[in-house]
Ligand binder design. Sequence first.
Ligand SMILES: [Zn+2]
Length: 510
Amino acid sequence: MSSEPIPHGTTLIVRGGRAILPGGNWHEPEVFDIAVAGDTIAGVAESFAPAAGAPIEELDARGHLVLPGFVNAHYHSHDVLAKGTLEEVPLETWRLYALPPQYPPRSMEEVRARTLLGALECLRSGMTTIQDMLTLYPFEDRHLDAVMQAYDEIGIRVVFSLQYADRKGLETIPYWKDIFPQDLHPLLSTAAEPERRIDLLGHFEATCLKAPPRPRVHWALGPSAPERCSSALMTRTMELARRYDVPVYSHIYESRGMALQARLTLPEHGGSLIKRLAAEGALDPLLNLAHSVWLARDEIDLLAATGAGVVLNPQGNLKTKCGIPPIRALQDAGVRIALGCDNCSCSDAQNMFMAMKLFALLAAASDPLPGPPQAAAAIGAATAAGAQSARLGHVIGQIAPGYKADLTLIDMSDPSWSPLNSAARQLVHVEAGRGVRHVIVDGTVVVRDRRLTTIDEDDIYDAVEAVMPGFRRDFAAISERVKRLQPWLDQAHQRIVSTEIGLERIYIPF
Ligand SMILES: [Zn+2]
């Protein structure tokens, strides 16, 4: 084997790992050296010559699998501190805990601590990019600054959007207004209230989209969900997205209740939120629809025809009793499918290995007939498709010259990898995250030997502990309030799940 000369400008060489390369054999990946110049992959070769002269860092990747860093394409950092707080509850109930406007304003310390903790968990599980669809309520510029500062310091890549809406949550859930006594209505906001004090979208344009670029930050727009946004707001969102060529992330059809609400309130669009979006000119390759569990066949065809994508979040969908997305039907139609881990209060882990495994298993369960192999598809959804969802398909998500050096190295000296029968299948079905050893973002080793290099991890844990008494106090008060609502919540849920929604059976009944 002959060695190639080291590419000009190389600052780091990742030596001798089994690399998941585009077009390569992902079941038996071959060994490669990867040269990094600054923040970019400068070359990939069977072997580069030994470094001489110029100072070049070498990272020994022998016995490691080298992947493009995972892209967590749906995540919210606002409830990181709520992981493990809830058992399995229906989505409409869960949302009363996750984001009620009744929480008192959060401290700067809490905003910083939760942002860092969430980013740390993502990095330690091999994610190099996260799409943070953040609710800051009530909105304060200093909170936004604290979030951006935290991301900058920890060194993760972020596709950042603020979540916004202009309709109250109560208006968007079937039967709630009828079933709950009037005096309880103020307690039923199921997402942060629309910001009335400022034009959040205009403010985001002025302070973010028009601002000088920040390292590792890519902007996006985050209309919460079409049913929570007026047509005017969706139209304005898409105009801005096209003007600045930034992606749009929204939620759709997470629960059966959301499909039912569309049937009840959108007769002019055939009871379909997707057709409403089509009429608003919002179906576009820029658009990503998180969840997409309760899509009808003709809605899937509309997504495929227009290039709009979906972001599946299987962990949260199961825990909040939402169901199984029609993964096989989406695949067969050619819809772009990215993967996310959603809120910490419902998923609860920011762990792409869990998401990939569930993706493969639910794809199998979503069609009883034999289908295509899913391991490589799951890896593609967690990497390249996530990058494409963010308009970054030419920048990240692959290991190739010219792409950003965002790499995850998995130590294969572990029972998960012995014997090595298929790297792709063992990555999806066996590895749970224990093997993530080194993580490189933008050419910098931000996790080395399983420890963050940019910030002292213990400082992050200490900062979290310092704010937890206040968070626990406020969360307990919210929990008491939701318990009072339980009889009506149960009644509404029963009525939602027993109302026919006229959906063609492309799901396994369960
Ligand atoms: Zn979400």
